[in-house]
Ligand binder design. Structure first.
Ligand SMILES: Nc1ncnc2c1ncn2[C@@H]1O[C@H](COP(=O)(O)OP(=O)(O)OP(=O)(O)O)[C@@H](O)[C@H]1O
Ligand SMILES: [Mg+2]
Length: 515
Protein backbone atom coordinates (compact mmCIF):
# COMPACT_ATOMS: atom_id res chain seq x y z
CA UNK A 1 0.00 0.00 0.00
CA UNK A 2 1.47 3.39 -0.96
CA UNK A 3 1.87 6.24 1.54
CA UNK A 4 -0.83 8.15 -0.35
CA UNK A 5 -3.34 5.28 -0.05
CA UNK A 6 -2.52 4.82 3.64
CA UNK A 7 -3.01 8.56 4.30
CA UNK A 8 -6.25 8.61 2.25
CA UNK A 9 -7.78 5.57 3.94
CA UNK A 10 -6.90 6.67 7.48
CA UNK A 11 -8.01 10.27 7.01
CA UNK A 12 -11.25 9.30 5.25
CA UNK A 13 -11.95 6.91 8.17
CA UNK A 14 -11.21 9.76 10.60
CA UNK A 15 -13.61 12.10 8.78
CA UNK A 16 -16.29 9.37 8.77
CA UNK A 17 -15.87 8.63 12.49
CA UNK A 18 -16.00 12.34 13.43
CA UNK A 19 -19.04 13.10 11.25
CA UNK A 20 -20.93 9.93 12.26
CA UNK A 21 -20.09 10.56 15.95
CA UNK A 22 -21.33 14.14 15.75
CA UNK A 23 -24.51 13.08 13.90
CA UNK A 24 -25.35 10.40 16.51
CA UNK A 25 -24.75 12.75 19.46
CA UNK A 26 -26.83 15.50 17.78
CA UNK A 27 -29.59 12.94 17.15
CA UNK A 28 -29.73 11.96 20.84
CA UNK A 29 -29.70 15.54 22.12
CA UNK A 30 -32.45 16.40 19.62
CA UNK A 31 -34.47 13.41 20.85
CA UNK A 32 -34.08 14.57 24.45
CA UNK A 33 -35.13 18.08 23.47
CA UNK A 34 -38.30 16.89 21.68
CA UNK A 35 -39.30 14.67 24.64
CA UNK A 36 -38.72 17.55 27.13
CA UNK A 37 -40.81 19.87 24.97
CA UNK A 38 -43.59 17.27 24.90
CA UNK A 39 -43.48 16.87 28.71
CA UNK A 40 -43.61 20.64 29.16
CA UNK A 41 -46.63 21.03 26.90
CA UNK A 42 -48.41 18.17 28.79
CA UNK A 43 -47.66 19.91 32.11
CA UNK A 44 -49.05 23.18 30.74
CA UNK A 45 -52.23 21.45 29.56
CA UNK A 46 -52.68 19.85 33.02
CA UNK A 47 -52.20 23.23 34.75
CA UNK A 48 -54.83 24.73 32.45
CA UNK A 49 -57.20 21.85 33.31
CA UNK A 50 -56.68 22.58 37.03
CA UNK A 51 -57.59 26.27 36.44
CA UNK A 52 -60.77 25.35 34.57
CA UNK A 53 -61.69 22.78 37.27
CA UNK A 54 -61.35 25.44 40.00
CA UNK A 55 -63.37 27.93 37.96
CA UNK A 56 -66.06 25.36 37.31
CA UNK A 57 -66.33 24.29 41.00
CA UNK A 58 -66.26 27.95 42.14
CA UNK A 59 -69.18 28.72 39.85
CA UNK A 60 -70.74 25.30 40.61
CA UNK A 61 -71.12 24.87 36.86
CA UNK A 62 -69.91 21.51 35.56
CA UNK A 63 -70.60 22.47 31.95
CA UNK A 64 -67.49 24.68 31.91
CA UNK A 65 -65.10 21.81 32.61
CA UNK A 66 -67.06 19.40 30.40
CA UNK A 67 -66.93 21.75 27.43
CA UNK A 68 -63.28 22.45 28.02
CA UNK A 69 -62.37 18.72 28.09
CA UNK A 70 -64.42 17.99 24.94
CA UNK A 71 -62.72 20.85 23.14
CA UNK A 72 -59.28 19.64 24.35
CA UNK A 73 -59.88 16.08 23.08
CA UNK A 74 -61.12 17.28 19.70
CA UNK A 75 -58.29 19.82 19.22
CA UNK A 76 -55.32 17.76 20.50
CA UNK A 77 -54.92 14.28 19.00
CA UNK A 78 -52.49 13.26 21.71
CA UNK A 79 -55.10 13.62 24.47
CA UNK A 80 -56.82 10.27 24.80
CA UNK A 81 -58.96 10.99 27.88
CA UNK A 82 -59.49 13.51 30.69
CA UNK A 83 -61.57 13.50 33.86
CA UNK A 84 -62.17 14.82 37.37
CA UNK A 85 -62.98 13.30 40.77
CA UNK A 86 -64.26 14.67 44.03
CA UNK A 87 -62.41 14.10 47.28
CA UNK A 88 -64.67 11.06 47.85
CA UNK A 89 -63.39 9.49 44.64
CA UNK A 90 -66.62 9.79 42.68
CA UNK A 91 -66.20 11.47 39.34
CA UNK A 92 -66.35 11.07 35.61
CA UNK A 93 -64.23 11.04 32.46
CA UNK A 94 -64.52 11.46 28.69
CA UNK A 95 -62.41 9.48 26.29
CA UNK A 96 -61.74 9.71 22.58
CA UNK A 97 -63.46 6.41 21.71
CA UNK A 98 -66.98 7.51 22.79
CA UNK A 99 -68.66 10.91 23.26
CA UNK A 100 -70.41 9.65 26.50
CA UNK A 101 -69.52 10.92 29.94
CA UNK A 102 -68.39 7.89 31.92
CA UNK A 103 -68.82 7.74 35.71
CA UNK A 104 -66.03 6.45 38.00
CA UNK A 105 -65.94 5.63 41.69
CA UNK A 106 -63.37 5.14 44.48
CA UNK A 107 -63.23 1.42 43.71
CA UNK A 108 -61.82 2.08 40.21
CA UNK A 109 -58.08 1.14 40.34
CA UNK A 110 -57.05 4.38 38.57
CA UNK A 111 -59.04 6.53 41.02
CA UNK A 112 -57.65 4.56 43.96
CA UNK A 113 -54.09 5.30 42.86
CA UNK A 114 -54.97 9.00 42.20
CA UNK A 115 -56.53 9.33 45.68
CA UNK A 116 -53.44 7.69 47.20
CA UNK A 117 -51.04 10.11 45.49
CA UNK A 118 -50.67 13.32 47.40
CA UNK A 119 -49.16 15.24 44.52
CA UNK A 120 -48.54 15.11 40.75
CA UNK A 121 -48.43 11.54 39.41
CA UNK A 122 -47.55 9.97 36.08
CA UNK A 123 -48.87 6.48 35.46
CA UNK A 124 -48.98 4.06 32.53
CA UNK A 125 -52.32 2.25 32.10
CA UNK A 126 -54.07 0.21 29.41
CA UNK A 127 -57.52 1.43 28.48
CA UNK A 128 -60.51 -0.90 28.35
CA UNK A 129 -60.02 -1.09 24.58
CA UNK A 130 -56.36 -2.01 24.91
CA UNK A 131 -54.72 1.42 24.18
CA UNK A 132 -51.57 2.29 26.11
CA UNK A 133 -52.21 5.56 27.92
CA UNK A 134 -49.92 7.77 30.03
CA UNK A 135 -52.06 9.36 32.75
CA UNK A 136 -50.99 12.59 34.45
CA UNK A 137 -52.99 13.39 37.59
CA UNK A 138 -52.82 16.10 40.22
CA UNK A 139 -54.80 16.93 43.37
CA UNK A 140 -56.52 20.36 43.23
CA UNK A 141 -56.61 22.53 46.37
CA UNK A 142 -57.38 26.18 47.23
CA UNK A 143 -56.29 27.84 50.44
CA UNK A 144 -55.13 24.49 51.80
CA UNK A 145 -58.50 22.82 51.20
CA UNK A 146 -58.52 19.82 48.85
CA UNK A 147 -61.22 20.30 46.21
CA UNK A 148 -60.76 17.15 44.13
CA UNK A 149 -58.56 15.66 41.39
CA UNK A 150 -58.07 16.13 37.65
CA UNK A 151 -56.31 13.86 35.20
CA UNK A 152 -55.29 13.84 31.57
CA UNK A 153 -54.51 10.68 29.59
CA UNK A 154 -52.18 10.82 26.62
CA UNK A 155 -52.26 8.16 23.90
CA UNK A 156 -48.81 6.49 23.89
CA UNK A 157 -49.12 5.77 20.13
CA UNK A 158 -49.94 9.36 19.22
CA UNK A 159 -47.17 10.78 21.40
CA UNK A 160 -44.53 8.44 20.01
CA UNK A 161 -45.71 9.07 16.41
CA UNK A 162 -45.38 12.80 17.03
CA UNK A 163 -41.92 12.40 18.53
CA UNK A 164 -40.97 10.14 15.57
CA UNK A 165 -42.22 12.72 13.03
CA UNK A 166 -40.30 15.50 14.71
CA UNK A 167 -37.16 13.41 14.90
CA UNK A 168 -37.44 12.14 11.30
CA UNK A 169 -37.44 15.73 10.06
CA UNK A 170 -34.39 16.57 12.16
CA UNK A 171 -32.67 13.30 11.26
CA UNK A 172 -32.98 13.86 7.49
CA UNK A 173 -31.55 17.35 7.97
CA UNK A 174 -28.69 15.93 10.04
CA UNK A 175 -27.94 13.17 7.51
CA UNK A 176 -27.90 15.70 4.66
CA UNK A 177 -25.48 17.94 6.58
CA UNK A 178 -23.38 14.88 7.51
CA UNK A 179 -23.13 13.75 3.86
CA UNK A 180 -22.13 17.24 2.70
CA UNK A 181 -19.55 17.40 5.53
CA UNK A 182 -18.15 13.99 4.53
CA UNK A 183 -17.82 15.05 0.86
CA UNK A 184 -16.10 18.34 1.79
CA UNK A 185 -14.00 16.63 4.48
CA UNK A 186 -12.76 13.98 2.03
CA UNK A 187 -12.02 16.64 -0.62
CA UNK A 188 -10.02 18.78 1.81
CA UNK A 189 -8.18 15.70 3.06
CA UNK A 190 -7.30 14.69 -0.53
CA UNK A 191 -5.94 18.18 -1.26
CA UNK A 192 -3.86 18.05 1.94
CA UNK A 193 -2.56 14.57 1.12
CA UNK A 194 -1.62 15.63 -2.42
CA UNK A 195 0.27 18.64 -1.01
CA UNK A 196 2.02 16.40 1.49
CA UNK A 197 2.92 13.48 -0.76
CA UNK A 198 4.01 15.48 -3.85
CA UNK A 199 7.38 16.49 -2.38
CA UNK A 200 7.86 12.96 -1.01
CA UNK A 201 7.10 11.61 -4.49
CA UNK A 202 9.64 14.00 -6.01
CA UNK A 203 12.24 13.01 -3.40
CA UNK A 204 11.62 9.35 -4.14
CA UNK A 205 11.99 9.79 -7.91
CA UNK A 206 15.12 11.89 -7.48
CA UNK A 207 16.57 9.25 -5.12
CA UNK A 208 15.86 6.57 -7.75
CA UNK A 209 17.70 8.67 -10.36
CA UNK A 210 20.69 9.07 -8.01
CA UNK A 211 20.66 5.32 -7.27
CA UNK A 212 20.88 4.80 -11.04
CA UNK A 213 24.03 6.91 -11.07
CA UNK A 214 22.62 10.22 -12.34
CA UNK A 215 24.64 13.25 -11.37
CA UNK A 216 23.48 16.73 -10.31
CA UNK A 217 19.91 15.63 -9.54
CA UNK A 218 17.95 18.55 -8.03
CA UNK A 219 14.32 18.99 -7.02
CA UNK A 220 12.32 22.23 -6.67
CA UNK A 221 12.59 23.69 -3.17
CA UNK A 222 9.22 24.86 -1.85
CA UNK A 223 8.39 26.26 1.57
CA UNK A 224 10.25 26.34 4.87
CA UNK A 225 8.45 23.47 6.59
CA UNK A 226 10.01 20.07 7.43
CA UNK A 227 9.54 18.82 3.86
CA UNK A 228 11.01 22.02 2.42
CA UNK A 229 14.06 21.64 4.67
CA UNK A 230 14.35 17.95 3.75
CA UNK A 231 14.30 18.89 0.04
CA UNK A 232 17.04 21.49 0.59
CA UNK A 233 19.18 18.96 2.47
CA UNK A 234 18.57 16.40 -0.28
CA UNK A 235 19.67 18.87 -2.96
CA UNK A 236 22.81 19.74 -0.98
CA UNK A 237 23.55 16.04 -0.55
CA UNK A 238 23.07 15.46 -4.29
CA UNK A 239 25.50 18.30 -5.11
CA UNK A 240 28.06 16.89 -2.67
CA UNK A 241 27.66 13.42 -4.21
CA UNK A 242 28.13 14.86 -7.68
CA UNK A 243 31.26 16.71 -6.56
CA UNK A 244 32.66 13.50 -5.03
CA UNK A 245 31.82 11.58 -8.20
CA UNK A 246 33.51 14.22 -10.35
CA UNK A 247 36.53 14.14 -8.05
CA UNK A 248 36.70 10.37 -8.47
CA UNK A 249 36.33 10.68 -12.27
CA UNK A 250 39.04 13.35 -12.40
CA UNK A 251 41.31 11.17 -10.33
CA UNK A 252 40.67 8.11 -12.53
CA UNK A 253 41.17 10.07 -15.72
CA UNK A 254 44.34 11.70 -14.34
CA UNK A 255 45.83 8.35 -13.26
CA UNK A 256 44.84 6.76 -16.59
CA UNK A 257 46.53 9.60 -18.51
CA UNK A 258 49.66 9.22 -16.38
CA UNK A 259 49.67 5.48 -17.10
CA UNK A 260 49.20 5.93 -20.83
CA UNK A 261 52.78 7.01 -21.83
CA UNK A 262 54.75 4.41 -19.82
CA UNK A 263 52.26 1.79 -21.00
CA UNK A 264 52.80 2.72 -24.66
CA UNK A 265 56.57 2.38 -24.12
CA UNK A 266 56.09 -1.02 -22.43
CA UNK A 267 53.92 -2.29 -25.31
CA UNK A 268 56.44 -1.02 -27.87
CA UNK A 269 59.30 -2.69 -25.94
CA UNK A 270 57.32 -5.95 -25.72
CA UNK A 271 56.84 -5.88 -29.51
CA UNK A 272 60.62 -5.46 -29.90
CA UNK A 273 61.26 -8.29 -27.45
CA UNK A 274 58.90 -10.54 -29.41
CA UNK A 275 61.08 -10.09 -32.52
CA UNK A 276 64.29 -11.16 -30.72
CA UNK A 277 65.80 -14.58 -31.65
CA UNK A 278 65.85 -15.45 -27.95
CA UNK A 279 62.11 -15.93 -28.20
CA UNK A 280 62.65 -19.09 -30.24
CA UNK A 281 65.55 -20.41 -28.21
CA UNK A 282 64.64 -19.73 -24.59
CA UNK A 283 61.18 -20.99 -23.56
CA UNK A 284 61.42 -19.29 -20.13
CA UNK A 285 62.19 -15.95 -21.81
CA UNK A 286 59.27 -16.47 -24.24
CA UNK A 287 56.86 -17.27 -21.33
CA UNK A 288 57.87 -14.09 -19.52
CA UNK A 289 57.49 -11.95 -22.67
CA UNK A 290 54.06 -13.48 -23.40
CA UNK A 291 52.96 -12.79 -19.83
CA UNK A 292 54.23 -9.19 -20.14
CA UNK A 293 52.43 -8.80 -23.47
CA UNK A 294 49.12 -10.15 -22.08
CA UNK A 295 49.37 -8.00 -18.93
CA UNK A 296 50.29 -4.78 -20.75
CA UNK A 297 47.51 -5.28 -23.31
CA UNK A 298 44.98 -5.83 -20.53
CA UNK A 299 46.18 -2.73 -18.72
CA UNK A 300 46.06 -0.77 -21.96
CA UNK A 301 42.45 -1.90 -22.51
CA UNK A 302 41.53 -0.90 -18.97
CA UNK A 303 43.10 2.54 -19.40
CA UNK A 304 41.24 2.97 -22.72
CA UNK A 305 37.96 1.95 -21.10
CA UNK A 306 38.39 4.31 -18.11
CA UNK A 307 39.29 7.22 -20.38
CA UNK A 308 36.31 6.51 -22.68
CA UNK A 309 33.97 6.25 -19.72
CA UNK A 310 35.12 9.44 -18.00
CA UNK A 311 34.89 11.32 -21.29
CA UNK A 312 31.37 10.01 -21.92
CA UNK A 313 30.18 10.81 -18.40
CA UNK A 314 31.64 14.32 -18.63
CA UNK A 315 29.89 14.78 -22.00
CA UNK A 316 33.21 15.24 -23.71
CA UNK A 317 33.17 12.23 -26.03
CA UNK A 318 33.02 13.53 -29.61
CA UNK A 319 30.61 11.74 -31.98
CA UNK A 320 30.64 12.23 -35.73
CA UNK A 321 27.24 11.09 -37.01
CA UNK A 322 27.32 10.09 -40.67
CA UNK A 323 25.38 7.58 -42.77
CA UNK A 324 27.22 4.39 -41.80
CA UNK A 325 27.22 1.01 -43.58
CA UNK A 326 26.40 -1.32 -40.67
CA UNK A 327 26.45 -4.44 -42.91
CA UNK A 328 30.03 -3.69 -43.84
CA UNK A 329 31.08 -3.03 -40.24
CA UNK A 330 29.65 -6.41 -39.18
CA UNK A 331 31.39 -8.30 -42.03
CA UNK A 332 34.70 -6.58 -41.23
CA UNK A 333 34.33 -7.39 -37.53
CA UNK A 334 33.55 -11.05 -38.26
CA UNK A 335 36.72 -11.25 -40.44
CA UNK A 336 38.78 -9.44 -37.82
CA UNK A 337 37.75 -11.73 -34.95
CA UNK A 338 37.87 -14.97 -36.97
CA UNK A 339 41.44 -15.94 -35.97
CA UNK A 340 40.73 -15.31 -32.26
CA UNK A 341 37.45 -17.27 -32.45
CA UNK A 342 39.20 -20.14 -34.22
CA UNK A 343 41.77 -20.30 -31.42
CA UNK A 344 38.86 -21.39 -29.19
CA UNK A 345 37.34 -23.60 -31.89
CA UNK A 346 34.43 -21.19 -32.45
CA UNK A 347 32.85 -20.25 -35.77
CA UNK A 348 32.01 -16.62 -36.41
CA UNK A 349 29.60 -15.57 -39.19
CA UNK A 350 28.01 -12.31 -40.35
CA UNK A 351 24.51 -12.62 -41.85
CA UNK A 352 23.46 -9.28 -43.34
CA UNK A 353 21.01 -8.33 -46.10
CA UNK A 354 22.61 -6.79 -49.16
CA UNK A 355 20.24 -3.80 -49.25
CA UNK A 356 20.45 -2.67 -45.61
CA UNK A 357 19.86 1.08 -45.26
CA UNK A 358 22.70 3.10 -43.78
CA UNK A 359 22.43 3.98 -40.09
CA UNK A 360 23.01 7.47 -38.78
CA UNK A 361 26.03 6.70 -36.63
CA UNK A 362 29.66 7.30 -35.81
CA UNK A 363 31.15 4.27 -37.62
CA UNK A 364 34.24 4.14 -35.41
CA UNK A 365 32.13 4.06 -32.23
CA UNK A 366 29.91 1.32 -33.71
CA UNK A 367 33.04 -0.70 -34.49
CA UNK A 368 34.04 -0.34 -30.82
CA UNK A 369 30.54 -1.42 -29.72
CA UNK A 370 30.53 -4.52 -31.97
CA UNK A 371 34.13 -5.28 -31.01
CA UNK A 372 33.18 -5.20 -27.29
CA UNK A 373 30.18 -7.48 -27.84
CA UNK A 374 32.10 -9.97 -30.00
CA UNK A 375 34.98 -9.92 -27.54
CA UNK A 376 32.52 -10.88 -24.78
CA UNK A 377 30.84 -13.51 -26.97
CA UNK A 378 34.18 -15.24 -27.59
CA UNK A 379 35.16 -14.86 -23.94
CA UNK A 380 31.96 -16.42 -22.57
CA UNK A 381 31.46 -19.23 -25.15
CA UNK A 382 33.02 -22.66 -24.70
CA UNK A 383 31.84 -24.24 -27.97
CA UNK A 384 29.62 -23.45 -30.95
CA UNK A 385 29.75 -20.11 -32.65
CA UNK A 386 28.84 -16.45 -32.94
CA UNK A 387 26.47 -14.89 -35.46
CA UNK A 388 26.44 -11.17 -36.26
CA UNK A 389 23.27 -10.05 -38.02
CA UNK A 390 21.35 -6.88 -38.89
CA UNK A 391 17.88 -6.03 -40.15
CA UNK A 392 15.58 -3.03 -40.50
CA UNK A 393 12.75 -2.69 -37.98
CA UNK A 394 10.37 0.25 -37.31
CA UNK A 395 12.70 2.94 -38.68
CA UNK A 396 15.77 1.50 -36.98
CA UNK A 397 18.62 -0.80 -37.89
CA UNK A 398 18.56 -3.65 -35.40
CA UNK A 399 21.90 -5.36 -34.84
CA UNK A 400 22.30 -8.70 -33.00
CA UNK A 401 25.38 -10.42 -31.66
CA UNK A 402 24.35 -13.98 -30.85
CA UNK A 403 26.49 -16.62 -29.17
CA UNK A 404 26.11 -20.20 -27.96
CA UNK A 405 27.86 -19.41 -24.69
CA UNK A 406 27.26 -19.92 -21.00
CA UNK A 407 24.30 -17.50 -20.84
CA UNK A 408 23.30 -14.94 -18.21
CA UNK A 409 20.83 -15.58 -15.33
CA UNK A 410 17.45 -13.91 -15.98
CA UNK A 411 17.66 -11.70 -12.85
CA UNK A 412 21.06 -10.30 -13.93
CA UNK A 413 20.15 -9.32 -17.51
CA UNK A 414 19.94 -5.62 -16.61
CA UNK A 415 22.88 -5.63 -14.22
CA UNK A 416 25.43 -6.60 -16.87
CA UNK A 417 25.19 -3.05 -18.27
CA UNK A 418 26.19 -1.48 -14.94
CA UNK A 419 29.74 -0.24 -14.26
CA UNK A 420 32.27 -2.80 -12.90
CA UNK A 421 29.75 -5.64 -13.15
CA UNK A 422 31.47 -9.01 -13.65
CA UNK A 423 29.16 -11.95 -12.95
CA UNK A 424 30.69 -14.80 -11.00
CA UNK A 425 27.99 -17.16 -12.37
CA UNK A 426 29.20 -16.70 -15.95
CA UNK A 427 32.92 -16.65 -15.17
CA UNK A 428 32.67 -19.95 -13.24
CA UNK A 429 31.09 -21.73 -16.18
CA UNK A 430 33.71 -20.63 -18.72
CA UNK A 431 36.42 -23.24 -19.34
CA UNK A 432 39.36 -20.81 -19.53
CA UNK A 433 38.14 -17.63 -17.87
CA UNK A 434 39.85 -14.37 -18.78
CA UNK A 435 39.95 -11.39 -16.43
CA UNK A 436 37.76 -8.36 -17.15
CA UNK A 437 37.08 -4.98 -15.58
CA UNK A 438 33.30 -4.95 -16.11
CA UNK A 439 33.36 -1.65 -18.02
CA UNK A 440 32.83 -2.87 -21.59
CA UNK A 441 29.03 -3.16 -21.61
CA UNK A 442 28.58 0.09 -19.68
CA UNK A 443 30.53 1.96 -22.36
CA UNK A 444 28.57 0.12 -25.06
CA UNK A 445 25.24 1.16 -23.51
CA UNK A 446 26.28 4.80 -23.16
CA UNK A 447 27.54 4.88 -26.73
CA UNK A 448 24.32 3.37 -28.15
CA UNK A 449 22.18 5.78 -26.09
CA UNK A 450 24.24 8.68 -27.43
CA UNK A 451 23.23 7.49 -30.93
CA UNK A 452 19.56 7.61 -29.89
CA UNK A 453 19.32 3.83 -29.88
CA UNK A 454 18.65 1.15 -27.30
CA UNK A 455 20.44 -1.98 -26.18
CA UNK A 456 19.22 -5.09 -24.37
CA UNK A 457 20.10 -8.74 -23.95
CA UNK A 458 18.15 -11.97 -24.24
CA UNK A 459 19.75 -15.03 -22.74
CA UNK A 460 19.26 -18.59 -21.58
CA UNK A 461 21.68 -20.37 -19.27
CA UNK A 462 23.92 -22.84 -21.15
CA UNK A 463 22.18 -22.04 -24.46
CA UNK A 464 23.67 -18.63 -25.18
CA UNK A 465 23.04 -14.88 -25.23
CA UNK A 466 21.95 -12.39 -27.85
CA UNK A 467 22.89 -8.73 -27.41
CA UNK A 468 20.61 -6.54 -29.54
CA UNK A 469 21.00 -2.82 -30.22
CA UNK A 470 19.25 -0.34 -32.47
CA UNK A 471 20.50 2.64 -34.49
CA UNK A 472 18.39 5.23 -36.30
CA UNK A 473 18.27 4.90 -40.07
CA UNK A 474 19.95 7.79 -41.94
CA UNK A 475 17.46 9.75 -44.04
CA UNK A 476 18.00 9.03 -47.73
CA UNK A 477 19.72 11.77 -49.71
CA UNK A 478 21.10 13.45 -46.64
CA UNK A 479 24.50 14.90 -47.51
CA UNK A 480 27.11 13.36 -45.33
CA UNK A 481 28.69 16.59 -44.10
CA UNK A 482 25.77 18.99 -44.07
CA UNK A 483 23.00 19.42 -41.61
CA UNK A 484 20.24 18.31 -44.05
CA UNK A 485 18.81 15.73 -41.67
CA UNK A 486 18.28 16.31 -38.00
CA UNK A 487 21.57 14.69 -36.98
CA UNK A 488 23.37 13.84 -40.19
CA UNK A 489 26.86 15.25 -40.40
CA UNK A 490 26.65 16.77 -36.95
CA UNK A 491 29.51 16.59 -34.54
CA UNK A 492 28.06 15.84 -31.18
CA UNK A 493 29.29 15.32 -27.69
CA UNK A 494 27.79 12.60 -25.59
CA UNK A 495 25.48 13.57 -22.77
CA UNK A 496 23.20 11.01 -21.18
CA UNK A 497 19.49 11.83 -21.60
CA UNK A 498 18.76 11.35 -17.88
CA UNK A 499 21.82 13.28 -16.80
CA UNK A 500 20.32 16.30 -18.52
CA UNK A 501 17.14 16.10 -16.45
CA UNK A 502 18.24 17.61 -13.16
CA UNK A 503 21.57 19.20 -13.87
CA UNK A 504 22.25 21.69 -11.14
CA UNK A 505 22.26 24.66 -13.46
CA UNK A 506 18.81 23.87 -14.91
CA UNK A 507 16.13 26.48 -14.33
CA UNK A 508 13.46 25.65 -11.75
CA UNK A 509 10.88 25.51 -14.51
CA UNK A 510 12.91 22.86 -16.41
CA UNK A 511 13.38 20.85 -13.26
CA UNK A 512 9.67 20.89 -12.56
CA UNK A 513 8.89 19.73 -16.10
CA UNK A 514 11.39 16.94 -15.74
CA UNK A 515 9.78 15.75 -12.54
N1 LIG B 1 28.10 -12.86 -24.17
C1 LIG B 1 28.06 -13.01 -22.85
N2 LIG B 1 27.72 -14.19 -22.31
C2 LIG B 1 27.64 -14.34 -20.96
N3 LIG B 1 27.91 -13.37 -20.07
C3 LIG B 1 28.28 -12.16 -20.55
C4 LIG B 1 28.36 -11.92 -21.97
N4 LIG B 1 28.71 -10.62 -22.13
C5 LIG B 1 28.85 -10.10 -20.90
N5 LIG B 1 28.58 -11.00 -19.93
C6 LIG B 1 28.61 -10.81 -18.48
O1 LIG B 1 28.50 -9.42 -18.24
C7 LIG B 1 29.63 -8.96 -17.49
C8 LIG B 1 29.97 -7.54 -17.90
O2 LIG B 1 30.48 -7.52 -19.21
P1 LIG B 1 31.51 -6.38 -19.58
O3 LIG B 1 31.84 -6.52 -21.01
O4 LIG B 1 30.94 -5.10 -19.13
O5 LIG B 1 32.74 -6.69 -18.64
P2 LIG B 1 33.95 -7.70 -18.83
O6 LIG B 1 33.85 -8.34 -20.17
O7 LIG B 1 33.92 -8.59 -17.65
O8 LIG B 1 35.20 -6.74 -18.73
P3 LIG B 1 35.74 -5.71 -19.84
O9 LIG B 1 34.82 -5.79 -21.00
O10 LIG B 1 35.67 -4.40 -19.16
O11 LIG B 1 37.10 -6.14 -20.14
C9 LIG B 1 30.70 -9.96 -17.79
O12 LIG B 1 31.69 -10.00 -16.78
C10 LIG B 1 29.92 -11.25 -17.87
O13 LIG B 1 29.67 -11.75 -16.57
MG1 LIG C 1 33.65 -7.17 -21.94
Amino acid sequence: MTLKTKFSVSSVCLVLVVVIGMTVSLFWSERRRVINEMNLSQKTELDKLVQVFLESSYLSNETIILNYIQQLISSDLKVFCAGTAETTGNGWFIDRTSPAINPVGPQDPLITSILDAKKFQKKEIVSRKGDRVTVLSVPVATKGELKGFVWLGYSWNEVSTLIGQNLWQKTTQLVAVALISIVFGVLIVQILIAALTRPIDQLMRAAILISKGKKGVQIPEEGEDELGRLTKTFNRMSIELTKLDELKDDFMSHVSHELRSPLTSIIATVELLKEMPLMEKDSKFKRQVDRLSFGSERLNRLVDNILDLTRMEAGKMPFDFQPADVARILTEMADFFEPRAMEKGLKITAIVPGNLSPALADAEKIRQVVSNLVHNAIKFTNSGGIILSAKEKSGYIQVSVQDTGVGIPKDKLRRVFEKFECLKDTKNRVEKPLPGSGLGLNIVRKSIEAHGGEIWVESEIDKGSTFIFTLPIAKTGSPSNESGSSRSGQKSEFKSKDAEIFLKNDSKEDQKTAL
